[in-house]
Design a protein around this ligand. Structure first.
Ligand code: ATP
Ligand code: MG
Length: 282
């Protein structure tokens, strides 16, 4: 199935990937990680990438973030090259490990990108205050990362990713290490934050319910070489508006139907009894 891109003709896509290939040269030969990837992500759209381990999700994220280069095809971020978008700080990144600086307080970690880009100290302080409030950590501003739980550290990382009010957030399994309850709470918070800031999000996950809960569209990938197998639009009825997604949605019929649709897409369209390797169905 080809994707239906919900961009209007005069809007510039947040991310546009056209015919992107990625081949890694290794000592034992070539690894074809991505093959002919086509994907356009609209401003403000929430996209999840899901697929078996090794199908190229992180590779695609790294190409968008200009941490690596495609072997072929073109990739633009807000109409610019990935490199220019990185230089212009057009996106925030949160990956699986929180990656906080242990010698800096929570507030100082969140302030770091602002410091690096010359935001004055008064404005920095008020932005950090607002961000910590948004992720529910106002009372922990002066703590150090090792005094926080893993979930709290992850929230600090998300606040830091949001510090520069990016129009795009790149998140590679940011909740992978969290317990189920914290994870659901973080999902609800991310839905709220992304709706509030209007940021587009590219989110990698192994959890089908997580992808369904968060996304406007779920991109299902297949491995070796990584291809887009199907793009599944989330039809969640009245709850489809991101701002309206609440805990109740997880128990709605439409939610389960979408979980089933993504599961079947992962299996190439056929009904299945067990999940593929590396994909959680919880
Ligand atoms: N720097 C590299 N050099 C060589 N091969 C690589 C490199 N990075 C990734 N690969 C290969 O590319 C393929 C895709 O890897 P990638 O990390 O993108 O998968 P993934 O979908 O993120 O997997 P996971 O779900 O396990 O995180 C794999 O076969 C991997 O071994
Ligand atoms: Mg990965």
């Amino acid at each position: 199935m080809t994707e239906a891109t919900p961009t209007t003709p005069d809007s510039t896509a947040a991310v546009e990937v056209r015919g992107v290939d990625k081949v890694f040269e290794t000592r034992t030969g070539q690894v074809h990680a991505l093959d002919a990837i086509d994907l356009a992500i609209a401003p403000g759209e929430f996209i999840s990438l899901i697929g078996p381990s090794g199908c190229g999700k992180s590779t695609l994220m790294r190409l968008i973030a200009d941490l690596d280069e495609p072997t072929g095809g073109t990739l633009t971020v807000f109409g610019k090259t990935a490199r220019q978008a990185r230089l212009d700080q057009d996106y925030g990144i949160a990956f699986q490990q929180a990656g906080l600086l242990p010698w800096r307080t929570v507030a100082a970690n969140v302030a770091l990108p602002l410091e690096l880009h010359g935001v004055g100290s008064a404005e920095r302080r008020s932005r950090v205050e607002h961000l910590l409030d948004m992720v529910g950590l106002s009372d922990f501003a002066d703590r150090y990362p090792d005094q926080l739980s893993g979930g709290m550290q992850q929230r600090v990382a998300i606040a830091r990713a949001l510090a520069e009010q990016p129009r795009l957030l790149l998140m590679d399994e940011p909740f992978g290490a969290l317990d189920e309850m914290t994870r659901e709470k973080m999902q609800t918070e991310l839905v709220r934050i992304s709706a509030e800031t209007g940021a587009a999000v590219v989110f990698v996950t192994h959890s089908i319910p997580e992808a369904v809960f968060l996304s406007d569209r779920v991109v299902v990938m297949s491995p070796r070489p990584g291809r887009i197998q199907q793009v599944v639009p989330m039809r969640l009825g009245a709850e489809a508006e991101r701002a309206a997604r609440t805990e109740e949605l997880r128990e709605e019929r439409a939610f389960f139907d979408m979980v089933t649709a993504v599961r079947e897409a992962l299996h190439g369209g056929s009904p299945v009894s067990s999940g593929p390797r590396g994909v959680e169905t919880r």
